[in-house]
Design a protein. Structure first.
Length: 118
């Protein structure tokens, strides 16, 4: 919402139109970073909740990595001084994958435990 106000992009437009909006690239970087977060968030939460049943401490630590990594990812994506293809990775964005793979591994390990305990 702050980006919509700052760059004057009104609803119902999901993205700013280049040539029509003065700061289209800046707004679109913010919007795309937010969309990317929403695309992966549901999977992460599901994996972390399931994996947290067996490994709660690992998932808590992994969640810190995930949140910090995504914050850095968004900061990089928004930086217009960097190339859009690599910006989201240059400021520490890949840290989020530590948390994601921790949740994925722990959910798989919990599922394996359920399968083999029967």
């Amino acid at each position: 919402m702050d980006a919509r106000t700052k760059y004057n992009v009104q609803y119902p437009n999901l993205y700013a139109v280049p040539g029509f909006h003065k700061n289209a690239d800046e707004f679109n970087r913010v919007q795309r970073g937010h969309q990317n977060f929403l695309e992966l968030y549901g999977s992460y939460v599901t994996l972390a909740l399931i994996g947290g049943l067996k490994y709660p401490l690992a998932n808590a630590i992994g969640s810190v990595f995930y949140c910090v990594g995504y914050t850095l990812y968004l900061k990089g994506y928004q930086d217009t001084n960097l190339d859009v293809k690599t910006a989201r990775h240059l400021k520490g964005g890949p840290i989020k994958w530590i948390g994601f793979f921790t949740a994925m591994y722990s959910a798989g390990a919990f599922a394996y435990t359920l399968i083999t305990s029967g």
